[in-house]
Design a protein around this ligand. Structure first.
Ligand code: C2E
Ligand code: MG
Ligand code: MG
Ligand code: MG
Length: 289
């Protein structure tokens, strides 16, 4: 707990965290860390897109942009092996600018093909401490002509917890700009309910740890039922993460959970492969997501 607090404080102060990688870092991590800057310049990071669906109709309502590193030697790397490094190396600001720019460009490509596809992008805690971030987003949207209503940011509870007042301000500004914010991995933090009260959240993403055993553990089902009811009464959308089986989907739908994301409906795939899913978007073009 002390380590976590120390880390939170460092984050707040914008100090680079150096210790983690040194204490726990493997040889590979040390190598990857030294390659990050070059990799970003060489555009080795690619966004994959995972569909989000409506429970009742199973139609796609949008996608989440999830980063992959196409490493020249190591092959495809998942974010777990490098996001921490990106955050610690001080390039997270340019990294997130890159992912948001890629996502907005992709929205524009889909629009040219006749589809309005809402895309959510994962932010890091550091991005909330970046004074120039809002300006960057405003410029990007103005430059591309992409509607802010098609862009959504995902923030984890721990990211918003670093400085709740700053988070509150940022999320409010996003909302004023027309950009939605969702809380990622909801339920894994220590004071989830405070966020619902304090922050202008559009969607809660129910962490997949609650979904995993929902078909076996009665307690999990009751907890989800409560969270869904709470979100509904606060007019916050709720999407279940990590839905892998039809049984899980059936139970979630029975609990009135509106939206879902997970391998059952589709894994994260390159933009080209989202194409076959797009026609189901058409009917949703005028529906709020
Ligand atoms: P997340 O935002 O919660 O993203 C969803 C993660 O759950 C992805 O893992 C996805 O592949 C995985 N997932 C989706 N459906 C299922 C399922 O049905 N079963 C299981 N077992 N897993 C499922 P991934 O790609 O490893 O990403 C991990 C985390 O890395 C993300 O969690 C997000 O917090 C972070 N991340 C991803 N892209 C970015 C990014 O561009 N920027 C930042 N800052 N973080 C990112
Ligand atoms: Mg996410
Ligand atoms: Mg998530
Ligand atoms: Mg998650």
């Amino acid at each position: 707990a002390e380590h976590a607090m120390h880390r939170a404080k460092q984050l707040r102060l914008g100090i680079e965290i150096y210790n983690d990688a040194h204490e726990y870092g493997s040889g590979l991590q040390v190598a990857l860390r030294s390659q990050l800057y070059h990799a970003l310049q060489q555009r080795q990071f690619h966004l994959y897109y995972q569909p989000k669906v409506r429970m009742d109709s199973q139609e796609m309502t949008g996608v989440e942009a999830i980063v992959r590193w196409h490493h020249p030697d190591e092959g495809m790397l998942l974010p777990a092996s490098f996001i921490d490094l990106v955050e610690q190396s001080g390039i997270i600001h340019s990294f997130t600018r890159y992912t948001v720019e890629e996502a907005v460009n992709q929205i524009k490509i889909w629009q040219k093909q006749g589809f309005d596809v809402p895309v959510s992008v994962n932010l890091s805690a550091y991005n909330l401490l970046d004074d120039a971030f809002i300006g960057f987003i405003a410029d990007l949207l103005a430059k591309t002509g992409v509607s802010p209503s098609l862009l959504e940011f995902e923030l984890t509870e721990s990211a918003t917890m670093v400085d709740i007042d700053v988070s509150k301000k940022m999320i409010k500004t996003f909302k004023e700009m027309g950009i939605k914010t969702s809380i990622d991995d909801f339920g894994t933090g220590m004071s989830s309910f405070a966020y619902l009260r304090e922050l202008d959240i559009h969607t809660v993403k129910l962490d997949r740890s609650f979904v995993k055993n929902i078909h076996q553990i009665e307690k999990d089902e009751r907890i989800v039922e409560g969270i869904v009811a709470l979100c509904r009464s606060l007019s916050i959308n709720i999407i279940a993460e990590g839905v892998e089986t039809a049984r899980q989907a059936e139970i979630l739908q029975g609990l009135d959970c509106q939206f879902a994301q997970g391998f059952l409906f589709g894994k994260p795939v390159p933009s080209g492969l989202v194409h076959s899913l797009l026609p189901s978007m058409k009917s949703l073009a005028t529906q709020p997501v």
